[in-house]
Design a binder for this molecule. Structure first.
Ligand code: G16
Length: 499
């Protein structure tokens, strides 16, 4: 009894301390993301923040997920009232609230607000979602718990709720909308193609199962479902796009695409010599088709392969570059031409119909199919399949539209990645440390058709390194040399290499 009492007191004291001195988390590329153990206080504060953001009138959302990160990590994506990512102006406020000692937290009343709460399949996601709900409850706002969903589904729910949809029973018509739109593009009787979807061991498999048997000429098969594999390990969009290796349970005789742990990224792959069709190629496919009917603009990041930029620059009406992160590319794509397309090479992207009220008739179903809030791997796979059918193209035909320049991505762990300060415009040059940028410039100047940059990740505790060159050995050598330069300048903490 004494031992139990001491243990209970110790836990009580530890929890109290944790609330008094929460971890000083940073709001990253897509929200808070860290080892799940560090997130218990932050999640409650995120619930409070989401309710405040709704202003006591509108719905907002919180998705508990660490997306492509390993199983041990978790995090949250906060969904704004328009269904998009939280407005950047609010990120500082979220950070302040997450870091504040409990005694300094002021909780306003938000009685008529609604916060939609969803979660991925990680084992700690349910407990962390409960903490979000507790935070929402402190404000008096209502929680709408949609359970285990993909991130894009949660975005969709928030948007629909604020546009007046009343019935949450089928995720506010998420599946109905996809099926109706796809089947308007692809008529019944079209020969059936099977598409294996590598679900990275995550929630996407549930969505894939729901769509089985409903799509004209397309049979989806979920591979790497929850429990089949460890989440995001050796499978999924991040692994395949960065490592350029086949995912677990890959079969070169079958048509394959790969999504990530919360189903907002998509890449395709095929063949025995394992070719990857990444976000750049998806953008190129969709832009070339949609561009036949309307004015199209594209937004890329510094990670875009140089060959894709060259391809798009002669085929679209406007081509822009933004910083890494959906929030940046989405904002720019919403502002260009009739149709704004953004895809990061890692497969995160969508097609925005900027004159949504009057898309050309032929494109109306595309406007319903493409998620207007955020990248959606499932919706994007249907877009790709629809266009391939309309063009009567195989994956090989699609792949042949341009040849990627050889490239390599690495990551390097350093003691403090905040030491690296990239430029505000595209994050492709370091403002600090200047000596490191000069060293990279020197390495690039000695490499035929070389291009390279390094930037601190906003989702993992690493520095990302990107290099491309005229040949694969040159791209590999340039990436490795930049990695060494980072370690030399900032003190490599081991854990480099890999992807
Ligand atoms: C998130 C963002 C993406 C971004 C990726 C990597 O993806 O939503 O836009 O490209 O992180 O960011 P970083 O290079 O800063 O780590 P996800 O799928 O992990 O949510």
């Amino acid at each position: 009894v004494v031992v139990l009492a001491v243990a209970a007191t110790a836990v009580f004291v530890w929890k109290k301390r944790r609330r008094q001195r929460p971890p000083q988390l940073k709001y990253g590329t897509a929200g808070f993301r860290a080892d799940a153990k560090l997130l218990w206080v932050a999640m409650e504060r995120v619930g409070i923040l989401a309710a405040i953001r709704g202003g006591g009138k509108k719905a907002t959302g919180v998705m508990v997920t660490a997306s492509h990160n390993p199983e041990r990590d978790n995090g949250c994506k906060i969904v704004d009232t328009d269904g998009g990512m939280l407005a950047e102006a609010w990120e500082g406020r979220a950070e302040e609230l997450a870091r504040a000692p409990e005694a300094e937290v002021r909780v306003p009343r938000c009685d008529d607000g609604v916060v939609v709460v969803g979660r991925d399949t990680r084992r700690h996601s349910r407990g962390l979602a409960d903490r979000v709900k507790r935070g929402v409850a402190r404000t008096g706002a209502r929680v709408l718990d949609v359970g285990v969903v993909t991130t894009p589904q949660l975005h969709h729910c928030v948007r629909e709720l604020n546009e007046g949809a009343a019935d949450a029973s089928d995720l506010f018509g998420y599946y109905r909308k996809l099926v109706e739109a796809y089947n308007r593009i692809v008529p019944p009787g079209t020969p059936t193609v099977e598409l294996c979807v590598d679900c990275a061991g995550g929630v996407g498999a549930l969505a894939v199962e729901k769509l089985r048997g409903l799509l004209n000429g397309l049979e989806l098969v979920a591979v790497n479902r929850v429990g089949d594999v460890e989440l995001n390990r050796g499978c999924g969009a991040e692994f395949v796009q960065k490592e350029r290796k086949p995912p677990r349970n890959y079969d070169p005789r079958r048509r394959f695409c790969c999504i990530d742990g919360d189903a907002d990224r998509l890449v395709y792959c095929y063949g025995r010599d394992f070719r990857v069709l990444d976000g750049d190629k998806i953008a190129a496919l969709l832009a070339s088709y949609l561009g036949e009917y309307c004015r199209v603009g594209c937004v890329q990041t510094a990670y875009a392969n140089g060959a894709s930029t060259a391809y798009l620059s002669t085929r679209v009406d406007s081509l822009a570059t933004a910083k890494t992160g959906v929030k940046h590319v989405h904002a720019k794509a919403a502002d260009i031409m009739d149709v704004g397309i953004y895809f990061e090479p890692n497969g995160h992207g969508t097609v925005l119909f900027n004159n949504a009220k009057s898309p050309p008739e032929r494109l109306a179903p595309f406007a319903s199919l493409a998620n207007q809030c955020v990248g959606d791997a499932i919706a994007d796979a249907l877009l790709v399949e629809a266009v391939l059918k309309l063009r009567n193209w195989s994956l090989e035909d699609w792949d042949a539209i341009y040849d990627d320049l050889p490239s390599r991505q690495l990551k390097q762990k350093i003691p403090d990645r905040a030491l690296l300060v990239p430029d505000e415009e595209t994050e492709s040059r370091l403002l600090h440390p200047e000596t490191l940028q000069l060293a990279i410039d020197d390495l690039v100047s000695k490499t035929p058709r070389g291009r390279a940059f390094v930037r601190p990740s906003g989702t993992e505790d690493v520095v990302r390194i990107y290099a491309e060159a005229a040949s694969q050995p040159d791209a590999d050598a340039l990436a490795r040399a930049c990695q060494r330069a980072v370690a030399d300048a900032c003190g490599g903490g081991g854990g480099g290499g890999g992807i």
